[in-house]
Design a binder for this molecule. Structure first.
Ligand code: ADP
Length: 257
């Protein structure tokens, strides 16, 4: 897809990346990082050159969800650039790999840190950079979207009616920035037990999103202990079980991007 409008010149560090995909949610804890990481490893499994940028400076999940051997970002002192760490061929940058612990910062500082991490990294040639966005649609998110020429956005939500209102906010933010929302992922939508399927948070708000906003794709992810366990173990589910139901859903999502 054509690049959307963005403020200013394309930062040098991003010039060798073909597609930048934002994975976004309006609340924390809905599975945004889980989707970002599994989507990235799915694209890599399809043969693409992929990087993940964890922009969630307040609560970086990437260091928990993937387990690279080198857990600290390296600097190139001459060029004053950051060299990403890597796990299974995917390049990784997170504030959690900067050796600073969790951040207590005001918004403008956070935006500065995100901007520096993102634009001074030597990403090299990438087909996709997946950005795990900070949750919400505030100033930090807007600044990030203005610095980065996003090619697509994926919105992650849970099935409650309340979450629908949040998704609407996210869709509006991206449409203002002229970034196409290609898919909504409804996470934790059901679980199976005793041969029956249960929908603990109700049904139907996902299809409402698709109808109301014309988003072309809707994906359901079940509640699965394995998904949570793989998140904690440092090996993404799509890597641990590449033939499984979750991996198949991510492959379908991967081809929409
Ligand atoms: P967010 O990035 O939105 O804050 P995370 O991806 O970090 O959310 O997910 C929050 C927690 O829920 C993590 O421990 C993750 O492993 C778990 N989780 C996410 N999606 C599922 C799912 N479908 N089934 C089981 N656990 C999940």
């Amino acid at each position: 897809p054509a690049r959307p409008m963005y403020a200013g010149q394309l930062p040098k560090g991003l010039q060798t990346i073909s597609n930048i995909v934002a994975v976004s949610s309006c609340k924390g804890g809905v599975g945004k990082s889980t989707v970002a990481v599994n989507l990235a490893y799915t694209l890599a499994g399809m043969g693409a050159r992929v990087g993940i940028f964890d922009a969630d400076v307040y609560g970086p999940s990437l260091p928990t969800m993937v387990s690279p051997e080198n857990r600290l970002l390296e600097m190139n002192p001459e060029k004053r650039t950051i060299i990403p760490t890597e796990y299974m061929g995917v390049k990784l940058v997170s504030f959690g790999f900067a050796g600073q612990g969790r951040a207590i910062m005001r918004g403008p500082m956070v935006s500065g840190v995100i901007d520096q991490l993102l634009t001074t990294t030597e990403w090299g040639e990438l087909d996709y950079l997946v950005i795990d966005m900070p949750p919400g649609t505030g100033d930090i998110q807007l600044t990030l979207c203005q610095v980065v020429p996003l090619t697509a956005a994926v919105i992650v939500t849970t099935p409650q009616k309340l979450a629908f209102i949040d998704v609407a906010k996210g869709v509006r933010m991206f449409s203002k920035l002229k970034v196409p929302c290609v898919a909504v992922v409804e996470n934790m939508c059901h679980f199976d037990a005793d041969g029956k399927r249960y929908y603990p948070f109700g049904r139907g708000s996902g299809s409402q999103v698709v109808q109301q906003f014309g988003i072309p794709h809707l994906f359901d992810l079940p509640i699965r202990p394995a998904l949570s366990a793989s998140g904690d173990s440092g090996v993404p589910e799509v890597v641990a079980d590449p033939q499984g139901e979750v991996a198949r859903t991510f492959q379908e999502l991967g081809v929409c991007i």
